[in-house]
Design a protein around this ligand. Structure first.
Ligand SMILES: Cc1ncc(C[n+]2csc(CCOP(=O)(O)OP(=O)(O)O)c2C)c(N)n1
Length: 335
């Protein structure tokens, strides 16, 4: 009798070196954010702060497929993507601590990470507000005759905002190289997606826009994410057309630092069920099975040192002076 293959029993894609890079990227995000949680509890970080823990295979899977000259834009839940894009842990931590050496000079905070050199265009606090900006960047790429793409991450609540539909409409109409990524972690604050979205299969929202390609993927499996992203890149980069990917994932922490881990909107049993598919543990286990050289302890030590260094750097950095309050508000064109 032919046995039915489990998805995880497929040969592990990539080579050991690539797999190590992916694991490192995810582990760095996890340990960095654990440190962020600690710093928040000690009052080193104030204001809004949303952790990404549990969703690391999304950022790593998507961003490991991009070129350095591509563009990335995202929501307020941006620490993981910033790290996966290559932003320095020091400049991120200093930003979270509200210090001058932060990527936004300490005036943006957790929700406004930004790095022009990496084409990382934020960190946006308004739900859905950045999606039309992504369409604008897609237009600029096309207008200048480039072959870059823009990746636009968003939570699943965004698909019910007007801005989402306006942006997808323009992107389809003008054939813009935009890859819209819905990170469906099942909840918008405490509202389950089923209670808010008329169409449960969110990737099908693409159908309303002239046959825009849409698909969903398991967001806990970094290789599945990369595979979907490869298809998306083929369409966006080579055909200059937008794509909608729904990446199904789960956040292990509360919505932000102001609510409890499990909350009243989901059960502990549900959380425990999802913890069984921790993206980092899944990859580490599969690497072990494949016989990859395991230096997990060394990797943990190295990452721990990087995170502590980021903390120390941030702590030593001064607060921005009051006079800088109105700086960096408008671009000085010099004319
Ligand atoms: C226009 C607007 N409305 C409401 C809020 C408050 N708010 C912040 S996060 C959030 C939920 C968003 O959930 P989702 O898009 O699924 O992303 P997730 O937080 O799960 O990553 C809401 C309603 C906001 N920031 N902007």
């Amino acid at each position: 009798m032919a046995s039915k293959k489990r998805p995880d029993s497929r040969p592990l894609p990539g080579d050991p070196a690539l797999r190590r890079v992916l694991l490192h990227s995810m582990l760095l995000q996890r340990r960095f954010e654990e440190k962020v949680g600690e710093a928040y509890a000690l009052g080193k970080i104030g204001g809004f702060c949303h952790l990404y823990i549990g969703q690391e295979a999304v950022s790593t899977g998507i961003l490991s497929m991009l070129r350095p000259d591509d563009y990335v834009i995202t929501t307020y839940r941006d620490h993981g993507q910033a790290l996966a894009r290559g932003m320095s842990p020091r400049s991120i931590m200093a930003e979270l601590f509200g210090r001058v050496d932060g990527c936004s000079r300490g005036k943006g905070g957790s929700m406004h990470l930004f790095d022009r050199n990496l084409n990382f265009l934020g960190g946006h606090g308004i739900v859905g507000g950045h999606v039309p900006v992504a369409a604008g960047v897609g237009f600029a790429i096309k207008y200048r005759g480039g072959d870059q793409v823009i990746v636009c991450f968003m939570g699943e609540s965004v698909v019910n905002t007007g801005a989402f539909h306006e942006a997808l409409n323009m992107a389809a109409l003008w054939k813009l190289p935009c890859i819209f990524i819905i990170e469906n972690n099942k909840y918008g604050m405490g509202t389950a997606v089923e209670r808010a979205a008329a169409i449960k299969d969110l990737s099908r929202r693409s159908e309303a826009y002239d046959g825009m390609h849409g698909e969903y993927v398991d967001g806990q499996d970094v290789f599945a994410v990369r595979e979907s992203m490869e298809r998306a890149l083929g369409i966006a980069r080579r055909e200059s057309k937008p794509v909608l990917l729904e990446v199904r994932t789960y956040r292990y922490m509360g919505h932000s630092m102001s609510d409890a881990v499990s909350g009243t909107y989901r059960t502990k049993a549900e959380l425990d069920e999802h913890l069984k598919r921790d993206p980092i543990a899944l990859l580490a286990a599969r690497m072990k099975e494949a016989g990859d050289p395991t230096d997990l302890d060394a990797m943990e030590q190295e990452i721990k040192a990087v995170c502590q260094d980021a903390w120390d750097f941030a702590d030593a950095s001064p607060e921005p002076p009051l006079e800088s309050l109105y700086e960096d508000v408008l671009v000085e064109t010099g004319s």
